[in-house]
Design a protein around this ligand. Structure first.
Ligand SMILES: [Zn+2]
Length: 415
């Protein structure tokens, strides 16, 4: 078998034939020629036999590694004059437009980005993290289900931070399909308005429920744009309000302990954060022991903890809306009498959004499900912290939680 024939089979690049192979210091350079004579516009379906000119330099793409070798594909490309897009370098079928990587290589990196961390990917692939971000953007732009905004009836709106220093993304979740269907940089009314612009009046009119947090920004946009939707407060966010109140009490207690001359209590207490915030059934042995100690100690912190657990319980069972309403009211009066300032404040907030919270329970906007997706999104956005562009962070979120199917090179049908 000739070397070029062998490499044709090994690389599996559609639309090209290998003409030469040469080994350099740490890479393998494979020269290819396009089999197609007609020139194809990279941005549309326009094709022509007329060559505008030939690029004076070779174009190169990184392809999937072979053994320890980087593989560089090299070709001389021509330019064409598209009626719509003007003079452009012709498209190649094995790589996405304006990419320095083959499609196979990008699909592999995009898959890894949804599964593992930055250090693993950059070390394994020898590609820097921002390039990984741009790869994610290209894969998402091509692969995201174009019908993802059709037929939405129940959605959730949420904000997540994708970088330190207050960089946020707004994400829209389809509660039925359990996928994230839309996202953009920012977290104000205008950000969500942009979603409704894209959705259009007709599809927005079909929305029956929109769940969100208790901030004013999203509430206003939903009121203005989704006339038939019931505004619901995600149980997740309601519970978070109460959990945050507990955390304020916890910090105050810790600061008191730290001021004591004997530091043993403060040191012991330092690990208490997770045992207070986690669900009791998820505690480790040590955390459960710490919790029992806190219980024996009693006082404000234990009262705060009991209030938090009582509130969380309201959303964990199969209570009907009437029972839930009664328990929420009872909880609010208990919290307002607790003499714990953060809980008095939380009770006020919960009272204010009582209807929205009950609407979520009535429409069965499932807390566990939303929380599961939420936790996954948070994991992914933490991974995106190293990116410099919100578009890349958003692309990674959509790759992991959006309606898109990723295929590895060997899973694609050979052409
Ligand atoms: Zn074109």
């Amino acid at each position: 078998m000739r070397v070029t024939t062998a490499f044709n089979r090994l690389l599996g690049l559609p639309g090209v034939s290998v003409t030469a192979v040469c080994f350099e210091a740490d890479q393998l350079v494979v020269d290819v020629g396009l089999r197609r004579r007609r020139l194809q516009c990279p941005k549309c379906s326009f094709s022509t036999a007329a060559c505008y000119d030939t690029r004076p330099v070779f174009s190169t793409w990184r392809h999937t590694d072979m053994g320890r070798w980087k593989v560089i594909v090299r070709a001389g490309l021509r330019r064409l004059a598209c009626l719509t897009h003007g003079v452009r370098v012709e498209a190649v079928s094995f790589a996405r437009h304006r990419s320095g990587f083959s499609r196979d290589f990008e699909d592999l990196i995009a898959f890894l980005a949804t599964k593992t961390d930055k250090t693993t990917i950059t070390r394994l692939s020898r590609v820097d993290w921002d390039s990984v971000g741009r790869i994610c953007e290209r894969v998402v732009a091509e692969g995201l289900d174009p019908g993802r905004l059709d037929g939405l009836v129940s959605i959730g709106v949420d904000e997540v931070s994708w970088r330190r220093h207050h960089h946020y993304l707004t994400l829209v979740t389809d509660h039925i399909g359990k996928k994230i269907v839309w996202g953009a940089e920012g977290k104000d009314t205008a950000t969500l308005d942009a979603f409704f612009d894209e959705l259009g009046d007709q599809r927005a009119g079909q929305l029956q429920a929109v769940s969100m947090d208790m901030g004013a920004a999203f509430n206003k946009s939903v009121r203005d744009n989704a006339p038939n939707a019931v505004a619901c407060i995600d149980p997740f966010h309601a519970v978070k309000t109460v959990t945050d109140a507990l955390d304020v009490v916890r910090r105050a207690t810790w600061n008191e302990l730290r001021r004591l001359p004997d530091q043993t209590a403060a040191k012991k207490f330092k690990g208490a954060r997770w045992c207070l915030l986690k669900r009791p059934e998820n505690l480790t042995e040590d955390q459960a022991a710490t919790l029992r100690q806190l219980r024996r100690r009693g006082g404000e912190l234990w009262r705060a903890y009991s209030l938090k657990e009582a509130f969380r319980e309201i959303f964990s069972g199969d209570l009907d809306p009437d029972q839930a309403a009664e328990l929420i009211d009872r909880w609010c009066s208990r919290a307002s009498r607790s003499r714990l300032a953060p809980f008095v404040k939380a009770a006020k907030t919960i009272r204010k959004f009582r209807d929205g919270i009950l609407a979520a329970i009535r429409l069965k906007i499932n807390n566990a499900r939303a929380e599961g997706l939420n936790n996954h999104v948070r994991l992914i956005t933490r991974r995106a912290y190293g990116f410099h562009s919100p578009k890349a962070a958003l692309a990674l979120v959509m790759l992991s939680c959006g309606p898109i199917e990723l295929h590895l090179p060997h899973e694609q049908s050979p052409d």
